[in-house]
Design a protein around this ligand. Structure first.
Ligand SMILES: Cc1cc2nc3c(=O)[nH]c(=O)nc-3n(C[C@H](O)[C@H](O)[C@H](O)COP(=O)(O)OP(=O)(O)OC[C@H]3O[C@@H](n4cnc5c(N)ncnc54)[C@H](O)[C@@H]3O)c2cc1C
Length: 263
């Protein structure tokens, strides 16, 4: 069985992100980490491998040097091999073009299951996985919290989160599944794993290797264009009211009349 895991290196949740003064982009502090949901996807692939049988786990990213860090984290956790999709032609791609490249690379890999995150913490569109499945004409199930493979590995029972409950779905393989919080707890890579991952060879695939024309990848193949970013408006300062309850009520009523002008 071959499981591919799609991973993305994203800004750490503590990293400072500033919108540029002209709104043309964002400046991100250089603190990156493996996307949280992708770490759950890697963990799940390793758990399936741990259940026995001949299972190979390949982790894949589209990205430059930052992507290599995501791959090394996945290798350190225990993945068997890693693939970096990197070519100047891939730059500036939207979700559609990103999924197009990932799908083209996966087409040649004979995968039985593709795992990815529910969404990436930075751009958070949550569409790359389902788009990859669509391009590969395979089913996809999103926000997955449990995967139970049939003994013959030809199908799986999937639990996914819905408002106020869970949905149980039977799906045939090959399938793409996106990981939601609750699927598992990702392991911390062991020191030996980290050392092994530093030395591991990472396979690189460029535009020629995936066999797509330059017109359908990167900016040229994108369907969307980000026009500008906006900062949230600054919140007005908070006023703390002092005094007894009755006094505070009088002050609140006064403020609602005089300042907010709502009564
Ligand atoms: C017009 C436009 C131009 C852009 N230009 C750039 C750019 O120049 N550089 C840049 O970094 N970003 C760029 N982006 C953002 C980039 O396209 C998105 O980060 C990417 O498409 C993934 O979307 P997302 O982060 O919302 O992923 P989601 O759909 O939220 O991700 C879901 C899951 O898909 C998988 N996944 C997502 N992205 C990747 C990936 N790259 N490799 C492997 N798996 C992945 C992960 O498992 C992830 O958890 C651009 C976006 C637009 C709209």
């Amino acid at each position: 069985m071959h499981i591919a895991v799609l991973v993305k290196q994203v800004p750490d949740s503590e990293a400072t992100v500033q919108v540029k003064a002209d709104g043309s982009g964002v400046e991100i502090e250089d603190r990156y980490t493996l996307n949280f949901f992708d770490s759950l996807a890697v963990e799940e692939a390793l758990r399936i491998k741990g259940q026995g049988g001949d299972v190979v786990v390949t982790i894949i990213t589209l990205g430059g040097q930052k992507g290599v860090e995501a791959l090394r984290t996945g290798l350190a956790m225990g993945a068997d091999q890693a693939v970096l999709l990197d070519d100047p032609a891939f730059a500036g791609g939207d979700e559609y073009a990103t999924a197009m490249v990932l799908a083209a690379a996966l087409k040649g890999m004979q995968v039985d299951m593709i795992l990815c995150g529910k969404e990436a913490f930075d751009d958070s569109s949550g569409v790359v996985g389902p788009l990859v499945a669509e391009f590969l004409s395979m089913p996809s199930v999103t926000s997955v919290v449990k995967i139970q493979l049939a003994p013959d590995k030809g199908s799986a029972l999937i639990e996914r989160e819905i408002e106020g409950g869970k949905e149980v779905i039977k799906v045939s393989l090959p399938v793409l599944l996106s990981a939601q919080k609750g699927l598992n707890e990702a392991r911390v890579p062991p020191v030996m794993g980290v050392m092994k991952a530093m030395r591991a060879e990472i396979k690189k695939l460029d535009l020629a290797a995936i066999g797509l024309p330059a017109t359908v990848v990167g900016r040229a193949g994108s369907k969307e264009e980000i026009l500008r970013y906006h900062r949230h408006p600054q919140r007005p300062a908070v006023t703390m009211l002092q005094g007894e309850a009755a006094d505070i009520v009088r002050q609140v009523v006064g403020l609602l009349k005089e300042e907010a002008k709502v009564i």
